[in-house]
Structures are given as C-alpha cells and as structure tokens.
Design a binder for this molecule. Structure first.
Ligand code: BG6
Length: 296
C-alpha cells in the first residue's frame, strides 16, 4: 500500500495477516515503523525527528551507504539515507511458491549530482519484507554498473534504532569477548571482557567479525530482539547517553533511555565490487517474548 506520509513523502505500509505492520519511507528507503500484532512499536523514532530533506530521519532503520561513519570523503554515514528512493520496476525474483505478500522492493541509482561526490555507477536494490511471524527482513543487493572498468569500495550499515523500555535494563548477548573499534577513543581496537553487554554511559563501538546472531534482551518489557545477519561481518552498538543526546537537535534529551542502536554492518574491511559484480547483505530481526529465549 503506497500512500503519503509526513510532509507529503511517499511511504509504503506492509501488513501481515496477524496484524503486524511496517512502514517504509521512500525518503532514505527507510523503515520508520515496525509493529507487532498488539500494535506495539518496536523501533525507536525520535519525537524530534525531522521528516524532510536534506537531513536523515532520526530513527527507524536508516541505510548507511556508501560510507559508514565519518571515515572517508563523504558526509557521515554516506548519502543513501537522505536520497529519494523509488519503487523498483524490475525487482529480483522471489523463490517460487513464496507465500509472503508483505514486501516492497526499492531502488536507488547513481545520479549525475552524486557522481560529483562519489564517481561511480551503481544499482542498490533494497527488499523489505515482513515475514509471516512479523519478522522484519532487509536484503540489500548492490551492483557495480560502472562503464569505465573501475571497481568501487564501500562500507555499510543497517542503522537500526530499537525501542527499549529502559536502557539500564538492557543486555546484549553475542558480542562478549569480541574485538571492537571504539569510536569514542579514536577507533582504537580493544577486546570486550566478560559477560553480556550492559549500558551505563555513552557507547559507540564497532564489534568485528561477530557471530551471525545477536540477542538484545529488554528485561523490563520481557522482550528479546533477535538480530540475524548475513554478508555483514561487523555490528555497531550505539547509545548517545545524556550529553550527546542534548547536543543533537533532532533527539530528545531523555530519549536515550528508550533506544539502542544495534546495526548489522561492514565497517572494518570495505566491500570491493568489480564492474558487473553484485554484493548481498541481509539483516533480519524478530521480537519475541523473553521467556522463549531463556536458557539459550
Ligand atoms: C552511529 C555511529 O552508528 O551513528 C555514531 O557509530 C554516530 O558515531 C551515530 O554518532 C549517529 O550518527 P548520525 O549521523 O545519524 O547523527
């Protein structure tokens, strides 16, 4: 279902039989809502988010491409998150007999304007699917369509803002004992010690070569997000905490308590594509009552 969102921006609403839903803005190709069958919002979007160009929308799942973070010549997190995407007229095929009807295929291509800052031709196809159980799946296919024989390199992230009840009650499992780059310490490399990760101050880390499954346990809400990824070796964990929150104009002062970014990403080693080559990267998140996960 295609309709108008805030400020007249086109959005697509996906609905699943049990009542789960998702909303995708064509601006940024960005998921900005994901609700379970009880209508509870599972993604965080700031009450101060600005839904109009040229800034990216603060919340949901912005796409960071072709650059994650500030390392590189482009603006922070690249330009895909503040471009207007289109519905893909030529989407990749689905497996035969796929029962899933709740999906949308978007596309972003190089523009003459963007080629001045990133001189490459590409086709970025993004399929967003709401699975039968309400799982939210994002699949990106990026193809190098350069005609000058040149390869290109990029970094990437699904910058996922999860909604949590109280950040101090949240635990992340699956990243313990891993190496990470600390964005707050000049990207220096450290090794995570001990147990599951908990939060009591600002965090901005890129965990390297993580397992494909990460669990985010929201103790208070008795909900666990299970994030699975494919083709994306790293995982970013970010919470701005109080000081950084106050410095962001499109983020409420206390909202850091109710969000956590966990992002399937490829940051440390850029992906390199030759002309004609395609890369695929997937992130799938499900939200399940915590009792289902205990002991796993
Ligand atoms: C995170 C980065 O992914 O995004 C942080 O690791 C950054 O360093 C944050 O501050 C938010 O970025 P932005 O550009 O959306 O404010």
């Amino acid at each position: 279902e295609l309709c108008k969102g805030l400020n007249g921006i086109d959005k697509v609403i996906l609905r699943e039989v049990r009542g789960c839903s998702a909303q995708v803005y064509l601006y940024g190709g960005q998921v900005i809502s994901w609700k379970n069958e009880y209508g509870e919002e599972l993604l965080f979007v700031s009450s101060k988010a600005v839904f109009k160009p040229p800034k990216a929308i603060r919340g949901g799942i912005p796409i960071c491409f072709p650059q994650f973070g500030s390392q590189g010549s482009l603006e922070q997190h690249g330009f895909a998150r503040n471009r207007l995407w289109s519905i893909d007229p030529d989407p990749p095929p689905f497996p035969v007999n796929n029962p899933n009807k709740a999906f949308v295929d978007l596309i972003l291509k190089h523009s003459e304007e963007d080629m001045k800052i990133w001189p490459h031709r590409y086709e970025f196809r993004l399929r967003i699917t709401l699975g039968p159980g309400g799982d939210l799946m994002l699949t990106s296919r990026i193809r190098n369509t350069n005609t000058d024989g040149k390869s290109f390199a990029f970094t990437f992230a699904y910058h996922t803002y999860l909604a949590v009840s109280d950040i101090s009650e949240v635990r992340v499992e699956g990243l313990e004992t891993l190496d990470y780059l600390d964005n707050m310490k000049d990207k220096e490399r450290f090794t995570e010690q001990g147990d599951a990760i908990t939060f009591e101050s600002e965090v901005d880390k890129v965990y390297l070569s993580t397992p494909t499954k990460i669990a985010i346990l929201d103790h208070e809400r008795k909900r666990t997000f299970v994030l699975r990824k494919d083709g994306l070796p790293d995982a970013v964990v970010w919470n701005p905490w109080d000081k950084k929150a106050k410095a962001m104009p499109d983020f409420g002062d206390d909202e850091y308590k109710h969000m956590l970014c966990v992002e399937a990403a490829c940051v440390e080693k850029p992906i390199i594509l030759k002309p004609g080559e395609e890369w695929r990267g997937r992130q799938e998140i499900s939200a399940v009552p915590s009792s289902y996960c205990s002991g796993q």
